[in-house]
Design a protein around this ligand. Structure first.
Ligand code: FEO
Length: 414
């Protein structure tokens, strides 16, 4: 479908709104996604990024509705991942006078995906500028936000930051700017995007934020979702919080259950955390609320679990034992969280077993790789149904997790 929105005279959004995508390499895009490309028409004409390959025809239509394709001088590639570079071969073919502008690493990455032997390239270094006439782009490499070749560009004459993946959200919407969309929902989607895509690269994100701090920015134009023009301080502040690993007063209880024994334990941990958390928050005006969530791993998605885990200081992980191992959903959670590298969590392993053991033990073993601090040396376990003693242990552990989350929150606020 045609998507265009004017950022400034001669600068338009020409990407694609994808209402139907629900799986973005395992990211649950329940609200769809957008692949934003921007067309700058100055003395020179530049297209900044493209879209996924299947939508190349729509991109071509959007661009050619604004300028003849033989007038495109530059195809700027900020990031070689195929949601942004997938339609680049089609653009190169359709724009005979265009030069691909990117950094050296990006050229290498593009050559890994496409036959670039006939492409014209202009390699730009970090800090280098490209004049488009009255306007220009200054490139800043931001390695690992989100791939090694990732770069952003700044247009000083318009005070626009083209931030590529950074500050993105997976939302399909007809609204194009942050002040046209519900802000709490927008921040929730930006958080989910950060947790699931950018979180492993917090240190690099902080460096990128440092580089951007010296710039006067009136508009952030990301490669996904809506553009930021009215809530720039809020989204930058949230990114700083997420990238530096600041935690909220929050406990998650994530579990999977076979015959409800692990579920009974999870509910008791949850109750202990709620009781202690609410008592702590009541006495301190710093916390608006103490957030405790009970999350059945098979009734939600990894995407949502990661989004909620990002700012949770304490997490209890529970599993029934299946074939002397974890239930598959909990194995996925542990594997996914290991890749996301959430830092310094306080954790608890728990679960049940019948004639064989191994589920809760496998969680406990994973804490080492995850670099989480476990509050017990061995998991809390129940043989078949948890008895009163086990349930009391669960309740006490929930309170301990809430206490640890609270102390971490106070430390982060200091
Ligand atoms: Fe939106 Fe890393 O690609």
């Amino acid at each position: 479908m045609k998507l265009s929105a004017s950022l400034r005279p001669g600068i338009d959004q020409v990407g694609y709104v994808d209402y139907n995508v629900r799986d973005f390499h395992s990211y649950d895009t329940r609200l769809g996604a957008t692949y934003n490309a921007y067309l700058v028409r100055d003395e020179k004409v530049a297209l900044l990024d493209t879209v996924k390959a299947p939508y190349a025809a729509q991109l071509l239509r959007n661009v050619s509705s604004l300028t003849p394709l033989d007038k495109v001088d530059y195809l700027v590639c900020h990031h070689a991942e195929l949601d942004h570079a997938g339609a680049l071969p089609a653009m190169v073919q359709a724009c005979p006078n265009a030069t691909v502008v990117c950094n050296a690493k990006c050229k290498e990455a593009l050559a890994g995906f496409f036959d670039v032997s006939n492409w014209k390239f202009q390699i730009v270094a970090s800090g280098e500028s490209l004049s488009l006439g009255k306007r220009s782009l200054t490139f800043v490499n931001v390695p690992m936000v989100h791939w090694p070749e990732s770069t952003i560009s700044y247009m000083p004459e318009e005070k626009i930051l083209f931030s590529n993946d950074a500050f993105g959200q997976h939302i399909a919407t007809s609204e194009r700017f942050d002040d046209q969309y519900d802000l709490p929902k927008l921040l929730e989607e930006a958080k989910s995007y950060y947790a699931n895509i950018v979180a492993p690269y917090g240190k690099q994100t902080l460096k990128a934020l440092e580089a951007a701090a010296s710039l006067e920015i009136e508009l952030i134009a990301p490669a996904h979702g809506v553009m930021w023009r009215s809530h720039i301080p809020q989204i930058v502040q949230e990114y700083q919080k997420w990238a530096s690993g600041q935690y909220a007063p929050k406990v998650l209880v994530i579990y999977d259950t076979m015959w409800q024994s692990t579920e009974l334990m999870a509910e008791e941990i949850y109750a202990g955390a709620v009781e202690r958390g609410q008592a702590l928050a009541k006495e301190n005006p710093l916390a608006e609320r103490f957030d405790v969530q009970l999350m059945h791993a098979r009734k939600t998605t990894l995407t949502r679990l990661a989004a909620e885990a990002l700012d949770a200081a304490s997490i209890a992980f529970g599993s029934a034992t299946l074939n002397a191992w974890l239930m598959p959903s909990m194995a996925s959670v542990m594997a996914y969280f290991q890749g996301l590298k959430f830092r310094e969590k306080t954790a608890l392993a728990f679960g049940s077993f019948g004639w064989g053991q191994g589920g809760p033990e496998a969680i406990q073993k994973n804490f080492e790789a995850l670099k989480y601090h476990a509050i017990t040396e061995t998991p809390i376990k129940a043989k078949q149904r948890p008895n009163e003693e086990v349930l009391a242990q669960c309740r006490a552990a929930g309170a301990q997790l809430a206490q640890a989350a609270w102390e971490r929150f106070l430390k982060d606020q200091a």
